[in-house]
Write a protein that binds this ligand. Structure first.
Ligand code: UD1
Length: 342
């Protein structure tokens, strides 16, 4: 049975790690990426780790003709759709860019899947769909709140598009949407990792760049939240663990184990950590100090969120395995390799 998977956005942070895990699990992978926020070097890293010559097709999912050509060229039986824009702040400034990149690309992929008889799709959703939850931890049944950014809205709309499409085409399509919490870390080989362009917006790249002396001081956004130490709480999931959840989701669909044509799973560790706790763990794991100061809250941030992962653990037979210390050490190893630090 062929096991050819189209991984859109496969040169990106989560996409490249997932490509590795898929290949190691025996799948044929084709990466499609427009390289707008990623580098072809990430695909080189995937090739080195896996000892394969995984193809990179430089193509934009918004370009329907180009994607149609890929569906004709390869015999995909599944898709993992990562390709999207993901910066919350940028989405407020450029909403149309986000609606185009994140929605039009998905519509194209779904139309092409139906046209070419490709049945299975794993979609990159986000815990951002929960907004500021009333009750913690959040389960997949926790109601979604109104999105507080165009980025968050694209994830909600995308989930709705996927659901509506499975209702209309129940025999032709199977979907698993994975709601990621906060992905961090890098592959243990340090050959692939996160590659933010410019000043990092996300916490861990900012920490590693500060540790590498590229930044002077980490600003901790908010010290007056209603949390034990006043800083905000998130559920930080190792990117390799997260990548493995995609392999588990893919097997579930391909083996016909889905309970319904549209399923959702929370992918996190089930544990919340504050920003200050994360900085402390980084310093302990690496022995490197991270100068930091507490500043005002960042607009649009929520106070606290972490996942109830019991449904994913039970149904996908998957759970996060890495310790946060291991994950932070892997992020540091990656940063050191990037900056040629011994
Ligand atoms: C958000 C979204 C997530 C999205 C991600 C993409 C939510 C709940 N989460 O993650 O869905 O995929 O953006 O970028 O909407 N922080 C600092 N200093 C920094 C950077 C961050 O203190 O320099 C703090 C933030 O205030 C936050 C935590 O670190 O409390 C994590 O921030 P970040 O890594 O940016 O991720 P989220 O904003 O949680």
């Amino acid at each position: 049975m062929k096991k050819s998977v189209l991984v859109t956005g496969g040169a990106g942070f989560i996409g490249s790690h997932t490509a590795v895990e898929l290949i190691e699990a025996g799948y044929d992978v084709v990466i499609a990426d427009n390289l707008s926020n990623s580098e072809a070097a990430a695909v080189e890293g995937v090739r080195k780790i896996t000892g394969t010559n995984v193809p990179l097709e430089v193509a934009d999912c918004c370009d329907r003709e180009a994607m149609d050509a890929l569906f004709r060229k390869y015999a995909f039986d599944s898709v993992i759709h990562f390709a999207a824009s993901k910066a919350v702040g940028e989405s407020v400034e450029k909403p149309l860019l986000y609606y185009r990149n994140n929605i039009l690309s998905l519509v194209n992929i779904l139309e092409l899947m139906l046209k070419h008889g490709v049945k299975n799709i794993v979609f990159s959703s986000s815990c951002t769909v929960y907004g500021e939850p009333d009750k913690l931890p959040v389960t997949e049944r926790t109601p979604r709140k109104k999105a507080n950014s165009p980025y968050g809205n694209t994830k909600q709309i995308a989930e709705d598009i996927l659901k509506d499409t499975t209702i209309a085409h129940p025999d032709a399509l199977r979907v698993i949407a994975l709601r990621y919490f906060n992905p961090i870390g890098a592959h243990p080989s340090a050959l692939i990792g996160e590659l933010p362009k410019g000043v990092p917006g996300n916490l861990v790249p900012y920490i590693t760049q500060t540790a590498a002396s590229l930044r002077e001081c980490l600003s901790i956004f908010g010290g007056d939240y209603d949390t034990p130490d006043g800083s905000a709480i998130r559920d930080y999931i190792d990117v390799t663990d997260l990548a493995k959840a995609h392999v588990a989701a893919m097997s579930r669909m391909r083996e016909g184990k889905s309970r319904s044509v549209y399923e959702i799973f929370n992918i996190g560790t089930g544990k919340g950590l504050s920003v200050l706790e994360l900085v402390d763990k980084f310093e302990r794991a690496t022995g490197v100090k991270v100068p930091h100061k507490i500043v005002g809250r960042r607009a649009g941030d929520i106070e606290k969120i972490w996942a109830d992962t019991s449904y994913a653990n039970r149904e996908l037979g998957w759970k996060a395995e890495k310790t946060t210390e291991e994950t932070l050490a892997s992020a540091w190893a990656w940063e050191k390799r990037l900056r040629s630090i011994e």
